[in-house]
Write a protein that binds this ligand. Structure first.
Ligand SMILES: [Zn+2]
Ligand SMILES: [Zn+2]
Ligand SMILES: [Zn+2]
Length: 257
């Protein structure tokens, strides 16, 4: 299984519009962050996680022309606003594009993009989703097993996901403030785990870097990554401060799990 970080940034992206802090002015390409999204791939299956507002740029950068399914973590706009750019993934397929989300996110998508979900949407140029409410239960796409992991983030229903294929596992939790006890076993001992590391200060809806490290140390993945990072996170500084099994993700990072 391969994981490609299409974007590793928080909702503003980095640099932040109008900000002249050191990270926003940095020349280090690791500090240029598009909004958070990953591609999970095997030889036969490609899954996009979230359609962020930078999806067009991400698809062009990585020559991404087809996906087998899209999965949503939650309804915040930094994870959904690129929905319409998935038209390009529908032009080349006869059937509808499989889309998986929890109930709340799906309801939000149906409201925001009502025309796409309409029974009357038969025009080939539009995005034509085949929507599934996973309701927190595991599901399978091609040769990848997907397990939703309910987490607490702001006031919206939010999921992380664990992807498993050929005995390997990858957990992706871009937006989380706390991990409920019931979800904890699902994220234990994975091969790779990427989790919210928004900032270096306290934050009321996201883990900060110290919270992330503490939770990683409990969950003990073989390898841990910070993602969904903002402009308080300088790539080189944070890399030095993290335990040896951890690193910050960055845009374009591709890993074999
Ligand atoms: Zn977010
Ligand atoms: Zn800044
Ligand atoms: Zn969010």
């Amino acid at each position: 299984m391969k994981v490609l970080f299409l974007g590793s940034g928080t909702s503003t992206g980095v640099p932040v519009i109008g900000c002249d802090c050191e990270v926003c002015r940095s020349d280090d390409p690791h500090n240029k962050r598009l909004r958070a999204s990953v591609l999970v791939q095997t030889e036969s299956t490609t899954i996009l996680v979230d359609s962020c507002p930078d999806l067009r740029q991400q698809a062009l950068r990585h020559n991404l022309t087809a996906i087998d399914a899209v999965i949503y973590t939650h309804e915040h706009l930094d994870h959904t606003a690129g929905f319409d750019d998935m038209r390009a993934f529908c032009w080349r397929r006869e059937d509808r594009l499989p889309l998986y989300a929890g109930s709340s996110c799906l309801e939000h998508l149906r409201r925001m993009f009502a025309w796409a979900f309409s029974e009357n949407n038969t025009y080939k140029g539009y995005i034509r989703p085949d929507a599934h409410d996973h309701a927190g239960a595991p599901f399978v796409i091609g040769d990848i097993e997907v397990t939703p992991v309910l987490v607490q983030h702001a006031t919206v229903e939010t999921y992380g996901y664990v992807f498993r294929s050929a005995g390997r596992s990858f957990g992706y939790v871009p937006d989380i403030k706390t991990l409920p006890d019931a979800s904890r076993p699902l994220l234990m001992g994975l091969n790779l785990l990427a989790m919210d590391g928004l900032t270096t200060r306290e934050h009321h809806t996201h883990l900060n870097v110290a919270d992330n490290v503490a939770l990683m140390q409990e969950l003990q993945p073989e390898r841990g990554l910070l993602t969904h990072c903002g402009h308080a996170v300088d790539y080189r500084t944070i890399t030095r401060e993290l335990p040896s099994f951890m690193a910050p993700a960055y845009d374009g990072l591709e890993l074999e799990v």
